[in-house]
Design a protein around this ligand. Structure first.
Ligand code: 173
Length: 318
């Protein structure tokens, strides 16, 4: 009798303790076989090992589970809890998302200088999202081509884009075609496009190097890949769970140094694969980078007169 009573008491205590652990569903807007996803999966393993009894993450998959340009909507609506995406993939939720490509300082500094606070205000209000952190940085974007150019003029060239590159490549006269990363190889193979935008690293992940002749230097902007959570889900976590998850994301950000070395390695690997660099003289290169930034901000401000100017001020290095 007494033993049964004790067991009942133990069970009564065990139930709330077990209820403290929650599992969040995670999806990636980038393809399953990309390095971004490999690093995400490694991180999730670590989170799950350290998060027993507090919080667990369940990786559902990439674009095969939820298409690239639907991930933002799925996080907004709570179909999934966390998305790994870049802002350019969820401008269909709110247009300011694409502005993160224009930050001129790393995320560690963004946490101190008010950028992350402002971003979270906008992401909360307009996206129903909590911005958890940035796990790719120090990765400039480049234009990759199969036709040689002598100057920054893309008239007559069809270029694969996402919103990241739209204003800049458009300003150089390119014909634009938007696709998810998963469709770039086929577009190149069929000759539907003459080139594409992508960061310095990653073109080997999906075999695009087989169909790429040139990389245009210099790079521009800084590729952003981040983790965003459904706001209601985030707010529904216990304080302990929120703190744990936020700290785990900050630990993940702490490993962003990786990207710098990776970028230099990828440039060497591209050269070894026969991809030639197209370079401009110093003045043209400087004008090219300036045009990228100006076209980028003009695009953001046009879509968001409300937040664009404030973001420009905060994101630009003084
Ligand atoms: O698909 C893309 O070219 C793109 O917008 C992007 C953004 C961040 C990282 C990699 C690709």
């Amino acid at each position: 009798m007494q033993r049964i009573a004790l067991l009942a008491i133990a069970a009564a205590f065990a139930v709330p303790a077990a209820a403290q652990e929650t599992t969040l569903r995670v999806v990636s807007a980038f393809p399953e076989n990309s390095l971004y996803v490999k690093r995400l999966e490694n991180w999730i393993e670590r989170v799950n090992a350290e998060g027993k009894g507090v919080l667990q993450l369940n990786f559902i998959g990439g674009p095969k589970a939820i298409p690239t340009f639907e991930v933002g909507k799925s996080v907004q609506g709570g179909v999934v809890d966390i998305g790994m995406s870049t802002g350019a993939f969820y401008t269909n939720v709110f247009p300011e998302s694409d502005a993160l490509k224009l930050t001129e300082m790393f995320v560690a500094e963004q946490r101190k200088n008010g950028v992350i606070a402002y971003v979270n205000k906008v992401w909360n209000e307009k996206g129903n999202m909590q911005y958890l952190g940035r796990i790719v940085e120090n990765q400039p974007f480049h234009l990759y081509l199969n036709k040689e150019i002598a100057k920054p003029d893309l008239k007559g060239l069809k270029i694969r884009i996402t919103p990241v590159y739209r204003d800049f490549f458009g300003s150089m006269g390119a014909t634009l075609m938007q696709t998810a990363p998963g469709e770039v190889y086929t577009a190149l193979e069929r000759g539907v496009v003459d080139g594409y935008g992508w960061p310095v690293g990653g073109i080997f992940d999906l075999n695009w190097h087989e169909k790429t002749k040139y990389r245009v230097d210099p790079g521009f902007y800084d590729a952003e890949v981040s983790l965003v959570a459904n706001l209601k889900k985030w707010q529904g976590l216990t304080g302990k769970q929120r703190e744990f998850l936020q700290q785990q994301v900050i630990n993940f950000e702490g490993r962003n140094d990786f990207w710098k070395a990776y970028g230099s390695e990828e440039i060497k690997r591209q050269a070894a694969a026969g991809i030639k660099a197209i370079t401009f003289d110093a003045a043209t290169a400087a004008a090219y980078r300036k045009q990228a930034i100006e076209a980028g901000w003009a695009g953001v401000i046009k879509l968001s007169p409300q937040h664009g100017p404030a973001m420009q001020k905060l994101f630009t290095k003084k």
